[in-house]
Design a protein around this ligand. Structure first.
Ligand SMILES: Cc1cc2nc3c(=O)[nH]c(=O)nc-3n(C[C@H](O)[C@H](O)[C@H](O)COP(=O)(O)OP(=O)(O)OC[C@H]3O[C@@H](n4cnc5c(N)ncnc54)[C@H](O)[C@@H]3O)c2cc1C
Length: 313
């Protein structure tokens, strides 16, 4: 799939039928099962692939929360209310579109919901605004009652649960946290899945840790299955975090080779890789992905991880 951070130029191909239909079979095999409370009130998916590609849906803003200097959490209600779930499997994105004022063409952009696939009646996006960003500025302009046109879900990684213990390394950079968080929560919330996750999230500043509480909650809920390390590269690092309060939890600097070494050693001891052999999931800026998972990156070199064992969103 397109690298998350070269996303603007890659958004358009998502609307092309060929790419979308080609991935259809994979998506259907991977759709999460919806827990039915009873046959009568079984929720239906608001979005389903491929029918929601040509026939978009409108979702309505119910809440907007400014979570830091550049990011908003936007909550939407689904067209069918509580009788629906989003239908977006974890790790997958939806395709938003809007017509810019005086624009000749609509602007399409993918966003990964941070709500769970089986949340009734609601879908939540976490959107970072880029200076002059067309879609992100539009999304940041929405207020309760505004509507947004969405298509999808865009097929993503086909996850297979593991009933025996397995280790994964998940790496996010900046706003690339949304698919990584979504994958982690989806895997952890399956009680039959024994996958254990070591997650690294590289941010410029602790201000950028916009899903910190949610990740902390997951860690508390699944202490033996999730371990998160925040790598803070800017000057401002949580005071005393490294030395005192939370040893190992906050690291100064980028997600580095040294940071990963310990995780990989642990992963190797515990049965590294999911049922399909994928060992590392990564989503971040190109420079970060290149340094870690590129041709001459540490994973391939120092740690001997093959390209096919790495999934980049
Ligand atoms: C599968 C997928 C899922 C995604 N999920 C999310 C999500 O959950 N939340 C989220 O906030 N974004 C997400 N994105 C990114 C999103 O699709 C847009 O690309 C992003 O919001 C910027 O679009 P824009 O129209 O606002 O900016 P544009 O109008 O395309 O660009 C405006 C300016 O911003 C700069 N810019 C754009 N993107 C970046 C970037 N990544 N880094 C640095 N500068 C940039 C451009 O260079 C340009 O100068 C996802 C992308 C993909 C591929």
């Amino acid at each position: 799939m397109a690298a998350f951070f070269s996303r603007s130029s890659r958004a358009l191909p998502y609307v092309t039928g060929a790419a979308v239909l080609g991935a259809g079979a994979t998506y259907y095999a991977s759709r999460p099962r919806i827990q039915l409370e009873s046959a009568q009130n079984a929720p239906t998916p608001a979005l389903s692939f491929p029918s929601s590609m040509p026939f978009p849906k409108k979702i309505t803003v119910t809440d907007v929360e400014q979570v830091n200097h550049d990011t908003k959490k936007i909550t939407f209600s689904l067209p069918g209310g509580d009788s629906q779930v989003s239908g977006v499997p974890f790790g997958s994105a939806i395709l938003t579109s809007h017509w810019p004022e005086n624009g000749w063409l609509p602007v399409f952009r993918p966003y990964t919901p941070i709500s769970a696939p089986d949340d009734r009646g609601t879908l939540q996006l976490l959107v970072k605004q880029y200076p002059k960003g067309r879609a992100s500025s539009h999304l940041h302009s929405l207020i309760p009652g505004s509507t947004l046109t969405v298509r999808g879900p865009i097929p993503a990684y086909t996850w297979q649960r593991s009933t025996t213990p397995r280790e994964l390394v998940l790496i996010a950079g900046g706003a690339g946290i949304t698919p990584i968080y979504s994958m982690a929560r989806g895997i952890l919330s399956d009680p039959e899945d024994q996958t254990r996750i070591q997650m690294f999230w590289g941010v410029n500043s602790t201000k950028d840790i916009v899903l910190g509480k949610e990740l902390e909650q997951l860690e508390q809920q699944y202490p033996s299955r999730l371990r998160v390390t925040f790598c803070v590269s800017g000057a401002e690092v949580k005071p005393d975090a490294v030395e005192l309060a939370e040893p190992g939890r906050y690291k100064k600097g980028y997600v580095s080779s040294e940071s990963l070494r310990e995780a990989i050693t642990r992963a190797k001891a515990g049965g590294w890789g999911d049922a399909k052999g994928t060992k590392v999931f990564i989503c971040g800026p190109p420079a970060m992905e290149e340094a870690i998972a590129g041709k001459t990156g540490w994973l391939g070199g120092e740690y001997g991880v093959a390209k096919k064992e790495i999934h980049a969103f």
